[in-house]
Write a protein that binds this ligand. Structure first.
Ligand code: NAI
Length: 643
């Protein structure tokens, strides 16, 4: 027996399950905590743990907001679900059609429901757990303390990563509770920089699937592969093809660590239910020779497919996703190389709810940091001159959003505001004379100027007030570069965004020392606080995790069907507004992470409000208090009582 929604079920009680679902408060399809372990495909009728197997369709009593009639959206695809398969319903059976309600030993091995030693005596009696656990009953707080104590004993970050991944596979609620309660300490473990090392060694440390691998071999049957995923109500997919993992380059199929990590953050920081998150890796091969020769490599052993072959697989995937999960599933592109990233975003933004975190998420978080830094400096965006070192996804994405915000603030045309922004790539300053050979996304930044080959000269001639590193090349903000910035500006704003730590353009220590404490500094990977001439500087981390979980939550709670640049600006402004004068005093451009769930809810509210304003939201009526609504939708990892 296993109780859900306050009803105790015995074997074969399908009607009870339906009744329970029917009794439960009607929920929007978003953020509804999953209360039934649906469709565990490996449940066997003979298994006591599979004590309930339904061969019929699962009738969900989920209220789906009617498609909004006005204001009318102008985007391709419209508001309605093109495939009429918005969610599981009577006509659309769960495949395989099974509800597995675990008890006994299997309950302890089901990460979604396992509570470990926190099962109380009644629960142990009711769910065949007696004897399977030692007598002691502990609460979740003590479990968290125990996990943290154990984690802190590992000196090697990858060991911490593996230990916490094990916990995720053992006890999902406890994993999220641990992460949420210790977010500042654990973010670098479950995400950058440690996740980078995990991806490099993913073949050796791979244990169980945490997401879907879709390879060239699956061409023609991607829809079937997607159906193998046990969860049917997916709201967010993070997908990579592994070609540009952090600043580490092509890691092929082993890039899976990235979607897995990002989605853990969607849940921990943005409150999206874990069952609504689907990590996907598209394996089209790898050009990484080392991996191709590695006996433990887990991907296709071939060089990357490109051109039509690549496009067809991606197209099949994008179509299948919408077919299975509907119009409102958010597809977040992650760590694609820039030659594909821009094209995919351009191609699918008119027809899908897509978001590229490397381009748009980075842009939004950096813009937020800038808005906050400028509040401290007491100047406006339009008064700045920007120089980027690195003109790829991150660099050009940030540049464009800054230009948009400047245009919004001043009313100047975008072409004008772009002129305040200069970019350097591997061939030097991007100038008009290079136009013919530039990739299309660099062209808006080709201003009239003499060619300049090196960064120090670029700093000296452009005289930027803000320097942003997004090249993926470490140690490039040398003493000379930082010194030049400090001699031009009283408070130079410097972002060293490249990840992981080894690729950072400079360290926090270098930025503060070489600028003699003048710099306002933020980085992509975290640096410890640094004391310089008696003052402790706590540098900001331009971590995309400030934005994307709240941004995604905002899309979900409004039922948004497309992403619009104005939503990114709304997210940046919401994040910037969270930085206090106390934070500024410490040198911070971002608020402390400890408050991130509240921050995410506030970002979500602003994004959702913008979606409603733009006519891109489909869930009606619009809640009066969007912050409270966002908070009420967020997944909480606290244990439920089982009767
Ligand atoms: P990308 O590959 O799209 O762009 C890299 C750019 O750097 C290209 O324009 C390239 O020409 C330029 N570049 C390469 N070598 C150079 C050199 N020696 N001198 C000057 N320019 C050079 O990569 P993407 O996606 O823009 O990422 C770049 C870096 O930013 C990565 O390390 C990534 O981890 C980091 N990043 C950090 C984020 C954050 O902190 N929030 C978010 C996204 C990316």
């Amino acid at each position: 027996m296993f109780a859900l929604c306050g009803t105790t079920f015995t074997n074969n009680s399908f009607s009870e399950v339906s009744r329970c679902l029917a009794q439960s408060k009607p929920q929007r399809i978003v953020c509804a905590p999953v209360v039934v372990a649906a469709a565990r495909s490996n449940a066997k009728p003979s298994d006591r743990n599979a004590s309930f197997i339904a061969g019929t369709a699962l009738k969900e009593t989920v209220e789906i907001a009617p498609a909004v009639k006005e204001p009318k959206s102008t985007v391709i695809g419209g508001v309605g679900d093109l495939y009429c398969e918005e969610t599981v319903n009577e006509e659309h059976t769960i495949t395989p059609s099974a509800i597995s309600v675990a008890s006994g030993y299997s309950l302890l091995r089901d990460p979604r429901y396992n509570k470990g030693l926190a099962f109380n005596e009644k629960e142990r009696d009711a769910h065949y757990l007696c004897g399977l656990l030692p007598p002691v009953v502990v609460d979740q707080e003590l479990q968290v303390k125990n996990v943290m104590q154990n984690l802190r004993q590992y000196e090697v970050p990858l060991q911490k990563y593996m230990a916490i991944t094990d916990l995720q596979e053992r006890n999902e609620n406890l994993f999220y509770k641990v992460v949420i309660d210790n977010v500042e300490e654990l973010l670098p473990v479950i995400y950058t920089p440690t996740v980078g090392e995990a991806c490099q060694k993913y073949g050796s440390i791979f244990r169980r699937p945490q997401g879907l691998f879709i390879s060239l071999k699956d061409k023609g049957r991607v829809l079937e592969v997607l159906k193998n995923w046990p969860e049917k109500k997916v709201q967010v997919i993070v997908v990579t093809d592994g070609e540009r993992i952090l600043g580490l380059g092509d890691l092929g199929c082993q890039g899976m660590g990235i979607p897995v990590g990002k989605l853990s953050l969607y849940t921990a920081l943005g409150g999206v239910h874990p069952s609504a998150c689907l990590p996907v890796t598209i394996d089209v091969g790898t050009n990484n020779e080392k991996l191709l020769k590695d006996e433990f490599y887990i991907g296709l052993r071939q060089r990357r497919a490109t051109g039509q072959e690549y496009a067809e697989l991606l197209d099949e995937f994008m179509t299948a996703v919408k077919q299975i999960y509907g119009e409102k599933v958010l597809i977040q592109f992650e760590d694609f190389a820039n030659h594909n990233a821009f094209d995919l975003l351009d191609k699918y933004s008119p027809s899908h709810l897509v978001f590229n975190d490397d381009i748009q998420g980075t842009a939004s978080v950096v813009l937020a940091g800038l808005l906050a830094a400028l509040k401290k400096v007491g100047e406006t965006l339009a008064e700045q001159t920007f120089l980027f070192f690195g003109a790829g996804e991150a660099g050009t994405g940030i540049a464009e959003l800054i230009a948009l915000e400047m245009s919004k603030q001043t009313g100047a045309p975008l072409d004008e505001t772009r002129k305040k922004i200069w970019l350097v790539d591997s061939k030097g300053l991007i100038v008009r004379s290079r136009m013919e050979t530039l990739q299309h996304f660099k062209r808006p930044w080709a201003h009239e100027h003499e060619p300049v080959k090196d960064l120090v000269t670029a700093v000296n001639v452009i005289k930027p007030t803000v320097l942003i590193g997004s090249s993926g090349v470490g140690r490039t903000f040398t003493k000379e570069v930082v010194g030049a910035m400090a001699s031009i500006n009283e408070q130079p704003v410097i972002f060293a965004l490249s990840n992981p730590t080894s690729q950072s353009e400079c360290t926090a220590e270098e930025a503060y020392t070489w600028s003699e404490g003048q710099a306002i500094f933020a980085s992509g990977s975290p640096f410890p606080p640094f004391e310089y001439k008696g003052k402790v500087f706590v540098s900001g981390q331009s971590n995309n995790a400030y934005i994307f979980p709240g941004f995604g939550l905002g899309l979900i709670i409004s039922g948004a069907i497309r992403v619009h640049d104005d939503m990114l600006l709304a997210a940046s402004e919401a994040l910037a507004a969270e930085v206090t004068w106390e934070d500024f005093e410490k040198g911070l451009m971002y608020p402390p992470f400890s408050n991130i769930r509240k921050i995410s809810a506030r970002i979500a509210a602003k994004v959702a409000a913008k979606a409603y304003e733009l006519g891109l939201a489909t869930l009606r009526p619009q809640p009066e208090n969007l912050v409270a609504f966002a908070e009420s939708c967020m997944y909480s990892p606290s244990y439920h009582s089982y009767r």
